[in-house]
Write a protein that binds this ligand. Sequence first.
Ligand code: HPA
Length: 237
Amino acid sequence: MSIHIGAPEGAIASRVLLPGDPLRARFIAENYLEGAECYNEVRGMYGYTGTYKGERISVQGTGMGMPSHAIYVHELINSYGCKTLIRVGSCGSIQEDVKIRDVVMGISSSTNSSMATQRLNGMNFAPTADWDLIAKASEVAKTMGLNMKAGNILSSDSFYDENPESWKLWAKYGVMAVEMEAAALYTLAARFGVKALCLLTVSDSLVTKEETTSEEREKTFTQMMELALETAIGVEA
Ligand code: HPA
């Protein structure tokens, strides 16, 4: 038991997929995992454990934004001993060549959040994904014929910004897309010595204002899920 996850010791696998939406966690468990059992319902933030191709895998909802995400990641690592954490989420593109429905891998994450600078006495940390997971995901994406984009993403503290054009400054620095969690995940993974990766599907474009339909989101999400699951079982837990 931890404060926000009501699971007994041993109920959560070493490899965990992390969607923001708890209903996505349920969808993944029902559609991809064999023998999935729900281990958490606290705050409706569902968590399930089952097997994928014979390997034990968990999937845990984390909510939106870095403070919520960080609570689940901290407890998964420190109370349940989880070692491989892969976020599966959505993002908004801020580059012309990053199209809606594309899959994006965050090699690193810039941020406007002060969570990491608070931890490091005002200094800047460069949140970075785990190399083994980056390499494995690139390999799996190629095998799947996926045109995955990889690079720097932005983890933002706000969805509705005071200045709706603030993303343009990040875009000038080559940042590909905006989401709201990866920087916290990468920072905590580094602090506690575990592997982390953030995989995203582009749900909307801040450049062209296009948005995916819910049916399209379902389909692209499926490709990203397969990529995440194959990546998770492809590295040492
Ligand atoms: N901003 C932040 N997070 C997001 C967005 C966005 O435009 N789209 C999907 N996740």
